[in-house]
Design a protein around this ligand. Structure first.
Ligand code: CP3
Length: 356
């Protein structure tokens, strides 16, 4: 394999010294970029981008070509590929987000769901995209693989799409907890196989997106989300090609639970913008690295203000390694690409002084 030319992202995740704070943005390849919109029009649809390795590779590299300061690439795909591979029939209605043809409602529905089997060729378009991107990156920056958390995937599968209140999946949680546990267990097994296959194909770090963990009470978070992420962390291949493969857990709204998230044995925690990064670092010490956590809406502000806000997050974390700069959630589609540029350049220019 080609040698990695820029490894500060992997080093920061492992608390090793770096020359400056590494940065990447959740959803860095996406609709805010005109070149992405052009590729999507060429491919036909979002899912066509995901399912064709050359298109997936093309859009993964777009933000890196535009912003030389970025320190990681993230596989272009979606978390909902797993429920799709389980037979639910994922589709996107313009302006309405993801939908499924089949919804999981009953115990019989859960019983009938297959576990994703990568060895049988499920989701081979994803591993093909990973190996294509790795080859084309040619050691420029590390490649991040990812998956949804079992709880977050279950919310889409039971609700049939996005939800504001999660009433169906929560009704299942309170009325038939054993049915939801069976679903989460099938998902956890699927995610382990899926992420290990991404690692075998060349992913150099992985992130678990628990976008909706924060909708749960503390007790339910432990029982229905964290427990299954812990199973995943325990089942992952943690070293490949002679290097550690760091695991990042991101629970949006999970700021209250950082200590127990760190107990899973992951390497880093993603923080959303509602969590104070100074306090987060005090609580987890050097047990895990921290990733985040600028409010994505700051990118609507003037570049001068963006720079001040970046400085505040850097000051908030303080000196030393163990911080990966990111937004607290994905970049919005309405953001001006020049504001994203100002954000990335601010991190590149302002962060070296925290690593002397
Ligand atoms: O970060 C990256 O650049 C990698 C690509 C990536 C996408 N989705 C591409 C995408 C990643 C990591 C995801 C994860 C994802 N997908 C999550 C978890 C992350 C998060 O945001 O909390 C979730 C909940 C999904 C499910 C999903 N996919 C939704 C709700 C939507 C529609 C939302 C919207 O903004 O309309 C998608 C579609 C999607 N996934 C797009 C992209 C670039 C937009 C599709 C388009 O081009 O129209």
């Amino acid at each position: 394999m080609t040698e990695l030319k820029n490894d500060r992202f992997l080093r920061a995740l492992l608390n090793e010294p770096v020359d400056r704070t590494p940065i990447w943005m959740m959803r860095q390849a996406g609709r805010y970029l005109p070149e992405y919109r052009a590729s999507r029009a060429d491919a036909g649809s979002f899912m066509d981008l995901c399912m064709n390795a050359d298109f997936a590779c093309e859009v993964t590299l777009q933000p890196l070509d535009r912003y030389p300061g970025l320190d990681a690439a993230i596989l272009f795909s979606d978390i909902l590929t797993i429920p799709d591979a389980m037979g639910l029939g994922l589709y996107f209605e313009t302006g309405e987000g993801p939908k499924f043809k089949k919804v999981v409602e009953t115990e019989a529905d859960v019983d009938a769901l297959p576990i994703v089997d990568m060895d049988r060729g499920d989701l081979s378009y994803v591993t093909k995209a990973v190996s294509t991107i790795r080859r084309e990156l040619n050691g420029r920056v590390p490649l991040i693989g990812f998956s949804g958390s079992p709880w977050t995937l279950a919310t889409y599968m039971v609700e049939g799409g996005s939800s504001k209140d999660f009433r169906k999946v929560k009704a299942m949680m309170y009325n038939q907890p054993e049915v939801l546990h069976q679903l989460l267990d099938k998902l956890a097994q699927s995610v382990v196989g899926y992420l290990n296959a991404q690692i075998d194909a060349g992913a150099q770090a992985v992130q678990i997106f628990d976008t909706w963990g924060g909708a749960l009470s503390g007790r339910c978070y432990q029982e229905f989300s964290l427990k299954y992420m812990q199973k995943i962390v325990a089942g992952l291949k943690r070293e490949n090609e002679g290097r550690k493969v760091p695991v990042i857990l991101f629970t949006k709204g999970g700021g209250q639970w950082l200590e127990s998230m760190a107990d899973t044995g992951c390497d880093a925690l993603g923080l959303d913008w509602t969590t104070d990064i100074t306090n987060a670092r005090q609580r987890v010490g050097d047990r895990v690295a921290l990733q985040g956590n600028l409010d994505p809406c700051i990118l609507y502000a003037d570049p001068k203000i963006i720079r001040e806000e970046v400085k505040m997050v850097l000051d908030g974390y303080g000196n030393g390694s163990g911080h990966v700069f990111n937004l607290g959630h994905g970049i919005h589609q309405w953001v001006d690409p020049d504001h994203a540029k100002a954000f990335i350049e601010a991190v590149v220019e302002l962060s070296p002084q925290y690593h002397k």
